[in-house]
Design a protein around this ligand. Sequence first.
Ligand SMILES: Nc1ncnc2c1ncn2[C@@H]1O[C@H](COP(=O)(O)OP(=O)(O)OP(=O)(O)O)[C@@H](O)[C@H]1O
Length: 805
Amino acid sequence: MEANHWRQEKERLERVRKKLQANIAELEPEVAGLSDQATDIRKRFWEEVTINTSTYEDFEESFYSINQQSAILAERERGHKLLMQQWKNMNRLLPSPYFGRIDFKEDGLGPSEQVYIGVSSFLNEDGLSFLVYDWRTPIASLYYDCSPGPASYVTPSGAIEGTMELKRQYQIHNGQIRNMFDASETIGDELLQQVLGKGADSQMKSIVATIQKEQNAIIRNDTSRMLIVQGAAGSGKTSAALQRVAYLLYKHRQSIKADQIVLFSPNTMFASYISTVLPELGEENMQQTTFQEYLDYWLGDSLQPEDPFNQMEYVLTAQGEPGYKARLQGMTYKSSEAFLLDLQSYGVWLGQKGMRFNGIRFRNRNLITAEQMRTKFYAYERSLPLFNRVALMQEWLLNELASLERREREAPWVEEELSYLDSDQYAEAFGMLHKEKELFDLTEHFTSVREKLSNKRREDEGDFEFASKEEELLRRRVVKESFKPLRKAVKKFLFVDIKGIYEQLFKGEAAYRERTNRAELPDQWSDICKQTKERLDQQQLFYEDATPYLYLKELIEGVRTNTEIRHIFVDEGQDYSSFQYVYLKKLFPRARMTVLGDFGQAIFMQATSLDAPDSPLVRLFGKDETSLIRLLRSYRSTREIVEFTRSMLPGGEEIAPFDRRGRKPLLARLNGREKRDAQIAADIASLIAEGYDSIAVITKTAAESRDVHESLRIHGVEALQLITKETMDFNKGVMVIPVYLAKGVEFDAVLVCDVSLDAYGRDNERKLLYTACTRAMHRLHLYTTGDWSPFVRALSADLYEQAAN
Ligand SMILES: Nc1ncnc2c1ncn2[C@@H]1O[C@H](COP(=O)(O)OP(=O)(O)OP(=O)(O)O)[C@@H](O)[C@H]1O
């Protein structure tokens, strides 16, 4: 680039930085005092406000004064927050104010405008012209979407047409321009090369400077209710999702707050891995959770749901066990749409007969029997949906309990209970009664007024009548306390025997057909029934049963919803069942959904295809409300690694590697485990010596991880982490990790330790191996002590190197 361009750019950078420094210095004193001031205001606010309740007018006045003051306080706090935000943004800009520039000449207007783009906007003193544009502004999309030449961008008031005369990228560190490129075709191949060539980190990085056009379409999609992204491994799905959150928070800053966005992540370690991206962009983090957390929350007390990792371990390790085939068939069927329809039909059947209830017992007596409830339930209007009738039942039960409670006051046990009250309890109850009476009982007021008027004292504690009243009140209180758990249980719908209702669906083929109208059933149905029932008897649920169970529960009890949430993001979306999607949609009725995933990495049994023409995901909101974007370029791994991994997948040839070069994957076959582990230990040492500091030894199962971890430590590998499903944080270094926990994360080097026919021989293990290998950014090693897995054997020999034995 010409020397005078460099000079001009350096001078401009200096100018912008000086202005930033001046503005920061100007705000500094104000900002420094802000947090003290805020607490000061609050303190004074509470000191100055006293509630005057002597007369109604005084009370009213105090009330309005409090309201007024708190409004002033809120306004001031808003102002402070804004100031603080500006100050933080400027500080974030200072070391690297921008990463891109476009010169854009709008059709029909004067000279072209120089648009510098950075992580937030920065205005000139005039308050009108932008020295830096936020990357999320409409005009900045030109930088991501267009090449020099005719170009246009969309604003809320329509499309703006014009010509892009220049597109430039900068690498600015510590206030110095390190590098500058003028881009022509696509943005930033050079910059991207440099970014991708770096080492893996313990935290995911933001990609704002190098967002690619197809990723930008995901980030800025604002029209669909459902946005589905099917993207190859390493194509930037998670990155795009996080930038999209930042974009939505910026674009809808008046109406959406960070806590109205929820991201479902595959595990807690992944949540920690991505947690710094949004703060790096100056935004607050969205809420993060896992589907398992949700299941635990709603089922926790009554039934223990299995977690998906245990389910996965079973699939991978229990091949020889009896009932294995049935369990796998059960997993597939219970995640299917067919089963969802079956449950709906079952709901209709339950509307006519077969509901099961838990009778209400009290002190070893039946208060209301299950039979009474059933009779009552089926006496309600049959056309009412189940949950309406259950709500009516609930109301009826609460009324019944109230009258039973009244009757119960005369029961002998109450008398007995009263005599057990010690004097303290008595005094306490007595005090409470009086207090309650004074506050709430109108008759008490009336009595005291009458006392004053007639100048005649009411009966006191020594009076007979008072004593009997007191006993009556105490009885009432004792019975009320003992009925409390019953009322609570009714309010929580515990009178519906959901477990029994779910269980009676698995009473054999004929019963199932009758209840669901299903003609075709998996051939192992009777074993599936047996397994399901056995689990329920142990107060547990298979993972594949957990969501259907909750679905049925809500069909009967009514749907839980959270109407606050505006957007939900589902990462690794291929690993959720159609059931889980229906569920999420119901749960968050006002939310838009963004689902990101890769069917090539669908390693769980409940997998859902994201982009198949008949995908249940598309049907969820209907074609018109759904957009589907496919990402085919893979950025994480070198060209050599992508060429190797994509060949493992049918149809993988459409995955395009980004052109970053490296060594071909290395295949090593060794004679026995001892030699293999010695080789892995030696390879780890040499990779570290080459400068790679994030290295993962990937195993298939948790048990294998433990073995290999132990063995590698004996072989002298130091500071070796063992990652389990309980690991909360993702730390850089050398680790042993089961493949299903490595989802979504990446490493400089990956060593897959047992790529034998035994370990990865079945078709469902193909995707597992693909997922393991695609975690590698720069180097990939595969080891075996026996025959190679057929998925490796089928690869063309020029895709890899073989280690000399
Ligand atoms: N536009 C980009 N600029 C710079 N880096 C990028 C870009 N897109 C993706 N990357 C990098 O590629 C790697 C993979 O990205 P990411 O993890 O988002 O992909 P993914 O599609 O979610 O992967 P997977 O499905 O395999 O978990 C990350 O290191 C990310 O920083």
